[in-house]
Design a protein around this ligand. Structure first.
Ligand code: LMR
Length: 394
């Protein structure tokens, strides 16, 4: 039976991780996978996470199963972080999932369970695992314009014009903040316009929010998502704690669904719990418990917010340094968009050949579509990258 298996195309981001590891050059620069790194190249365990874990070791007296939806305290704490105190509690279903990818997968399965014919719309470009999962699940999909390569900003007219094509009951995946891979984001007014369009067309937003706190701040990064939830009768949200709590390997995520009415809450919650049971039974608990402890303890929460803010400001400084280094070299503000982008990523706008040349000649590793992880830089490597970009003729 297993002889029938055919080789699977490797995930581009993960393949790049492996290629970087194999490169023996000392001066290589890793701008690939979306993992935060400090100036020394480390992905640290955040202070509040360490403190909560210590407490947990001392106080946890059982590791018996929680529930299919995970601990309700986690759903409560994380849904408040994402959606705010004003979230529609009486119709908000939520289940813990193995990471943000788990939430995406479960959200897509929820859509397929409810409406197998629904088309799932994706920004062009988007995180490659979105279309990969959708195709694997055999769901119809379509894409909407998103990125304007000429300006490095959002092609909002193109986006709105393409979204006019959504049918009632279709789902539209939106990046809550820090768009992956481009770094170009909607303004709050534009969120309002997209919300009005989806509401008018009867389509359901599916918001992937994996970088809250990495863009303009924890509250500002959630503003678009909150505006959307306030404007539409139904919505699905996949939240990840991997990046903003730095707990990548703990696989901590939450799938939320705003049901159309309080009467539909129990059925929606039940469907999501059933999908958990079918796919993995009980969701992982360690990361979720640590996040709950941090969010519900004033001192831990303040320390986490302070460290997250340092991370965010550090990435902003690197963006500005890179834009300035390129301004010096090319004599124009052609790369000014790098400072305007938010989050971990920016799409540089280099061709695959230029990306390859930077890798071959300078040991610079970015994803083939020229997505750069800004957190992979430091003061020393910013000028090296700027030189490589200019030498490649970008
Ligand atoms: C990324 O886009 O690099 C991250 O979300 C990590 C991943 O799993 O791809």
């Amino acid at each position: 039976m297993l002889t029938a298996l055919t080789p699977q195309a490797p995930d581009k981001i993960l393949a790049l991780m492996a290629a970087f590891k194999q490169d023996t050059r000392a001066d290589k620069i890793d701008l690939g996978v979306g993992v935060y790194k400090d100036a020394t190249g480390l992905t640290p365990v955040m202070r509040a996470v360490k403190a909560a874990e210590r407490q947990l070791v001392e106080t946890q007296d059982t590791k018996v199963y929680t529930g299919l939806a995970g601990d309700p305290a986690f759903a409560d704490a994380l849904s408040t972080l994402v959606l705010g105190e004003d979230r529609p509690r009486d119709r908000l279903a939520a289940v813990a999932t193995p990471g943000g990818t788990g939430a995406i997968r479960q959200g897509l399965e929820l859509i397929r369970m409810a409406a197998p014919e629904a088309t799932v719309w994706l920004s062009n470009p988007t995180w490659p695992n979105h279309p990969a999962i959708i195709d694997y699940l055999g769901m119809p999909s379509s894409s909407y314009r998103y990125f304007d390569t000429a300006t490095g900003g959002v092609d909002f007219d193109g986006m709105m014009s393409d979204l006019e094509g959504v049918a009632p009951g279709d789902a539209v995946i939106l990046h809550g903040c820090c768009h992956n891979p481009t770094g170009a984001n909607l303004t709050l007014d534009q969120w309002g316009e997209v919300a009005a369009l989806l509401e008018r067309r009867g389509a359901v937003p599916f918001i992937d929010i994996a970088y809250q706190g990495f863009g303009d701040g924890v509250e500002a990064d959630a503003a678009g998502t909150r505006a959307m939830i306030a404007a539409v009768p139904e919505a699905i949200i996949a939240a990840s704690c991997s990046k903003n709590f730095g707990i990548y390997r703990e696989r901590t995520g939450l799938l939320m669904a705003a049901a159309p009415s309080a009467e539909r809450l129990a059925v929606t919650q039940g469907a999501m719990a059933t999908l958990n049971r079918l796919n993995f039974s009980f969701p992982p608990d360690h990361g979720a418990r640590v996040v709950t402890m941090i969010l519900t303890d004033d001192a831990l929460r303040a320390d986490w917010l302070a460290e997250l803010e340092d991370v965010r400001l550090g990435m902003l400084t690197l963006r500005e340094a890179l834009a300035a280094a390129l301004r010096d070299r090319v004599g124009s503000d052609r790369f000014g968009f790098l400072a305007a982008h938010r989050g971990m990523f920016s799409r540089l706008g280099a061709s695959p050949e230029q990306v390859e040349a930077m890798r071959r000649d300078h040991g610079v590793y970015m994803v083939g579509d020229s997505r750069m992880n800004i957190a992979g830089l430091n003061e020393r490597t910013v000028p090296m990258l700027a030189d490589a970009i200019v030498a490649a003729g970008v």
